[in-house]
Design a protein around this ligand. Structure first.
Ligand SMILES: [Zn+2]
Length: 372
C-alpha cells in the first residue's frame, strides 16, 4: 500500500519544498562531523543519541516534559499541544512526525539527526528573543501558543537581531509588527508591501487555520471503486479527493476504468470540532474541468470515540466494536464494522456514491488519537 506524505494543508504540495528545506538545513550543519549522514544505521544511532539528550526531554516551544513529536525540517522535539499548531502551519513549513507512531524515512531520520535537537534549534530560532518576551509555556492557551510558534518558525522573528533586520525581509504576516512601525520611517515600506502583497489571503487563511486544535490523525485507505459512472466516451479516468475541514488530499488518477483499484493511503489531521469526512470522485479531464462522478460523507465521530476508548487497550486478538447496518436507502452498500485489529481501531466502509447514476467506493479508516 502506498503511503502518501503525512499531511496536506491548503492544497500545498509539500514534498519538494520540504525536501529542499530539509537538505538545506542539513547542509548548514556541514561543519559538523556528519559526512556519513546517508548511512541509515548511523542516522538511527544519532537519532537515539538525540532522543537521550537532556534538552530533548522537554518541548522546544513550551517546556512540557517528555515530548513525543518532532517538527521537521527544524528538528525540534515538541509536545502534543504544540504539535497541533505546527500542523496548522502546513507541511511546507513544519512537518510533524510522531516519535513513536510513524514510520520514519531515512531522509527524515537524517534531517532530525543533523538538526542538533532542541538545544540547537532554540539557539538558532530564539537567538534574539527579546528579554521581556513571553515564550510559550505549558499552560498557554491555544491562541498564545500559536502566536509564539508562528513567530518563531514561520516568520522567524527571533533569528536575527531586530536592529539589523530589514522590514521587508519577511513581509510581516504579522500585523502587530507592522502596526509598531506605522508612522515611523518604515511606514512607506509597509504601505507599498500591503498593496503588492499577493500572499495576503493565504496568510489570512493560515492565521484562521492556526487557531484550530487537533484531536488525532485519520488514515484513509482508498481501496477501490466499483461500477463507476461513464464520463468520457466509453469509460472514465477516476480519482478521489478527500476533504476534512480545511484540509484536502487526492489519490492518483487511474486511466480508462470504471472499476479502479487505488490501494492508496492518505492521512489528515482531525480538527476539533470534528467535521464529516467528505469523499468526492472525479473524472480527470485534460482540456476541461474535471467531471463529478459522485460523492459521499462519512461521520467519523464513532470511529474517534472507539479509538479513544481502546487506545490503551491490551486486547491482542481482533474484535468487533460496533456495526452499522446497510439498507436499501442508506449510504452504506454493505454493513460497516468498527473493529480493533493488532491494537489499531479501524472501520471498513463500502459507500454508495451520491448525486450520480451509480458507483461504489470501498475505503478503510484508521484513527490515531493524539495523546501519545
Ligand atoms: Zn509544547
Amino acid at each position: 500500500m502506498e503511503e502518501n506524505s503525512l499531511l496536506h494543508f491548503l492544497d500545498d504540495t509539500p514534498s519538494s519544498h520540504y525536501r529542499k528545506t530539509c537538505d538545506g538545513y542539513a547542509s548548514q550543519n556541514d561543519g559538523d562531523d556528519h559526512s556519513d549522514s546517508s548511512d541509515p544505521a548511523n542516522a538511527r544511532e544519532r537519532l537515539e543519541h538525540l532522543l537521550n539528550q537532556p534538552a530533548n526531554k522537554f518541548c522546544a516551544d513550551c517546556g512540557t516534559p517528555d515530548p513525543k513529536w518532532a517538527a521537521l525540517p527544524f528538528g525540534a522535539f515538541i509536545c502534543i499541544k504544540c504539535s497541533g499548531t505546527h500542523r496548522s502551519l502546513g507541511v511546507h513549513i513544519s512537518k510533524v512526525i510522531s516519535v513513536n507512531l510513524d514510520e520514519w524515512t531515512d531522509e527524515e531520520v537524517n534531517c532530525l539527526a543533523n538538526s542538533g535537537g532542541n538545544a540547537t534549534v532554540n539557539t538558532r530560532y530564539e537567538a534574539f528573543l527579546p528579554e521581556n518576551y513571553k515564550k510559550a509555556r505549558q499552560d498557554f492557551a491555544t491562541e498564545e501558543r500559536a502566536s509564539f510558534i508562528r513567530k518563531k518558525y514561520e516568520l522567524q522573528q527571533f533569528v536575527t537581531d531586530p536592529q539589523f533586520s530589514c522590514p521587508l525581509r519577511k513581509p510581516g504576516a504579522d500585523k502587530h509588527h507592522n502596526q509598531q512601525h506605522a508612522g515611523s520611517r518604515h511606514g512607506t515600506f509597509r504601505n507599498s508591501w500591503r498593496k503588492k502583497d499577493p500572499d495576503h489571503k493565504i496568510v489570512k487563511k493560515m492565521m484562521d487555520v492556526a487557531m484550530v486544535e487537533f484531536v488525532g490523525l485519520i488514515k484513509v485507505d482508498i481501496i477501490r471503486g466499483t461500477n463507476l459512472a461513464v464520463r468520457d466516451v466509453m469509460s472514465s479516468d477516476p480519482y478521489v479527493m478527500i476533504i476534512l475541514g480545511h484540509q484536502s488530499m487526492k489519490t492518483k488518477v487511474i486511466k480508462s476504468t470504471l472499476n479502479p483499484i487505488w490501494n492508496e493511503r492518505l492521512m489528515l489531521s482531525i480538527p476539533h470540532p470534528v467535521p464529516p469526512l467528505k469523499l468526492q470522485v472525479f473524472d480527470k479531464d485534460t482540456f476541461s474541468s474535471d467531471d463529478r462522478m459522485g460523492e459521499a460523507e462519512v461521520d467519523i465521530q464513532p470511529l474517534i470515540s472507539a479509538a479513544r476508548e481502546y487506545q490503551n487497550s491490551i486486547i491482542t486478538e481482533s474484535a468487533q466494536i460496533c456495526t452499522f447496518l446497510a439498507s436499501e436507502n442508506s449510504i452504506l452498500a454493505k454493513d460497516s464494522v468498527i473493529s480493533i485489529v493488532d491494537g489499531k481501531v479501524e472501520q471498513e466502509i463500502v459507500l454508495r456514491l451520491q448525486n450520480v447514476e451509480h458507483g461504489e467506493l470501498e475505503i478503510k479508516l484508521e484513527c490515531v488519537p493524539l495523546s501519545q
